[in-house]
Design a protein around this ligand. Structure first.
Ligand SMILES: N[C@@H](CCC(=O)N[C@@H](CS)C(=O)NCC(=O)O)C(=O)O
Length: 233
């Protein structure tokens, strides 16, 4: 059984791992939903486990191995459970690492100065950062992913095979629509293949069941994707 550690109360980066686990039908314990989960998580970060202590969540304990870094967790699980063909593993990881870069920039729209400061203490900077993000970075990232689909089979980011990168892109698009509904509506017609990918992922039987379950957490104002109307004019 895979043990997942993440902050309670927000989907955050933990959700990318949950989507893979749910879609693959891998049994897991979600410590974010357990009363003692946070305490155990902090102890492991402080070095209570065997091997390399994680810098931060999400991380998993999978048998004797502790694995941190979202993209690496997905790569590890996909390799172990043969979810992505061996000769396509590097492509999947490259896509996921680009998603990781994208996520940092999405997060930094509301925390451009410091992750440890309140949003309220960096509002003017957040406005400038979000404006540049929506004008330049959002179309650049989404445009690249759309071209990846167009150059391949049109359906999967790793062409020809479903992969965790598709699941993560579903989550990114859902989060962007929550955080920036106006900007998302403007850009949606430029990314038809990504929009279709999002809908197809939501219809995958295990994902559909997960999304309808109480295990799925709604986006909220604590996570990576936050909705501040003033950042989405
Ligand atoms: N590159 C890491 C980033 C991990 C990360 O930033 N985790 C956040 C929660 S989503 C955290 O709590 N980090 C602790 C910190 O930055 O101090 C990944 O992709 O997993």
């Amino acid at each position: 059984v895979v043990e997942l550690y993440y902050w309670p109360g927000l989907p955050g980066r933990g959700e990318f791992v949950r989507l893979l686990l749910e879609d693959a039908g891998i049994e897991y314990v979600d410590h974010a939903r357990r009363a003692d989960g946070m305490k155990r998580m902090l102890a492991l970060i402080a070095g209570a486990g065997a091997g390399l202590a994680p810098f931060g969540p999400p991380f998993i304990v999978d048998g004797a191995r502790t694995v941190a870094q979202t993209a690496l967790i997905l790569h590890h699980l996909a390799t172990k459970h043969r979810l992505v063909p061996e000769d396509r593993a590097v492509e999947a990881l490259q896509l996921q690492l680009t998603i990781a870069d994208f996520i940092v920039e999405i997060h930094d729209t509301h925390h451009p100065i410091g992750g440890g400061l309140y949003y309220e203490d960096q509002k003017p900077e957040a406005r400038r950062r979000a404006a540049d993000f929506l004008a330049a970075r959002l179309p650049k990232f989404l445009g690249w992913f759309e071209r990846v689909l167009a150059a391949g089979d049109g359906k999967h980011l790793v062409t020809g095979v479903p992969s965790y990168a598709d699941l993560s892109m579903f989550q990114v698009l859902a989060g962007l629509e929550y955080a920036f509904p106006n900007a998302f509506e403007r850009i949606a017609s430029d990314i038809p293949l990504l929009m279709e990918l999002r809908d197809r992922v939501a219809e995958r039987p295990r994902i559909a069941a997960y999304l309808a379950s109480e295990r799925r957490q709604a986006f909220n104002q604590h996570g990576l994707f936050r909705h501040y109307p003033e950042l989405d004019p």
